[in-house]
Design a binder for this molecule. Structure first.
Ligand code: AVJ
Length: 319
């Protein structure tokens, strides 16, 4: 097997709405908002990697611990699969634990950030010469398709990091149902889901002392300036993250520190002092709550793993 990555361009920027269109549409709303998928330009992806190393951000290291402890069990449950699909492959560190335990013949990384995707899949191809490595540059929140020629008999989709939390529960259910239909019958889903817990722990994870999460959030404004030429002053906004217990989610916002206008491609958007741009929801579940959601999406919950403190969960869903 050669160590070259097979690249599949499924990016639909030309056809679908762009960053510009979504910024203008989101800022036109009564309650201004923008999809968190726009966090992940090159700088944003690097900042996210740095978030994962912050002491307050328990999610990454806890999930890695769970996967390391359960890798053999997961491999046995999954069976000899031909294809491992990673959604939001990012730096692809967690998947190494699975690759080594499962030894699939094919790997497909799917990510919206092209540079990151290529970098991480190239590294995988170099480190695992026995593995056929594919990379699909795609916005899987919009459209999910296994590139032709990549489908195996069965697949396992790996969706780590509690990224499912970016969807509202009803959207998460619809997404999982779409994922089930996009994969061959009998495929499974291995998914990381952050658990509801004490609000202090949750809020600390999204307000790290080093200010990395704040920089990640504010990078959206930098991106508007860089890519859309919007003359925005990121110093006029501040980061806000809090837990909404009723909705069971962390909300992130950018708060306008003064009365100001944001001009994007000739469109003017006024901000009152204290008005916010809502940039992210990160939904938190109980084990049972997530199992019920997966059930409504047509899956059977085959196994759930957790850490001793019950901070994070990893579910194996069978279709
Ligand atoms: C990648 C969506 C799982 O919600 O914890 C981290 C993104 N935002 N810090 C999360 C994020 C702020 C992260 N997910």
């Amino acid at each position: 097997m050669s160590s070259a990555v097979r690249f599949h361009d499924q990016h639909v920027d030309a056809a679908g709405p762009s960053f510009r269109d979504d910024v203008i549409a989101g800022l036109s709303l009564e309650r201004k908002r923008l999809s968190p998928k726009y966090f992940y330009d090159r700088r944003g992806s690097l900042l996210f990697e740095a978030i994962c190393r912050q002491p307050e951000y328990y999610l990454t290291r806890t999930e890695e611990g769970i996967l390391a402890a359960a890798a053999e069990e997961i491999a046995a449950l999954v069976g000899p699969e031909s294809l491992l699909v990673e959604l939001g492959s990012g730096a692809s560190r967690k998947v190494r634990l699975l690759l080594e335990a499962m030894r699939p013949s094919r790997y497909l990384g799917v990510d919206i950030s092209r540079d990151f995707l290529l970098q991480s899949t190239r590294r995988l191809a170099a480190d695992y010469p026995w593995l056929e490595v594919h990379a699909a540059w795609a916005d899987f929140s919009e459209r999910l398709r296994v590139p032709s020629g990549v489908e195996g008999r069965r697949a396992v989709a790996f969706f780590p990091g509690s990224s499912i939390g970016n969807f509202a529960p009803a959207e998460a259910e619809a997404f999982l149902a779409r994922l089930r239909r996009a994969l061959p019958p009998g495929s499974g889903v291995l998914i990381g889901v952050d658990l509801v817990k004490d609000r202090r722990l949750l809020e600390a994870a999204y307000n790290d002392a080093a200010g990395v999460t704040a920089a990640f959030n504010l990078n959206l404004l930098e991106r508007m300036r860089r890519e859309l030429g919007a003359p925005v002053e990121p110093g006029n906004f501040r980061h806000l993250a809090f837990f909404d217990a009723a909705a069971s989610r962390i909300e992130m916002h950018l708060v306008s520190e003064c009365r100001q206008a944001l001009v994007v491609d000739g469109h003017r958007f006024d901000f009152a002092r204290g008005e916010t741009l809502h940039t992210e929801n990160s939904c938190k579940y109980s084990r049972e709550g997530f199992q019920a959601l997966a059930g409504r999406a047509g899956y059977r919950s085959s196994a759930v793993w957790s850490d001793a403190e019950g901070l994070f969960s990893v579910h194996y869903l069978s279709s």
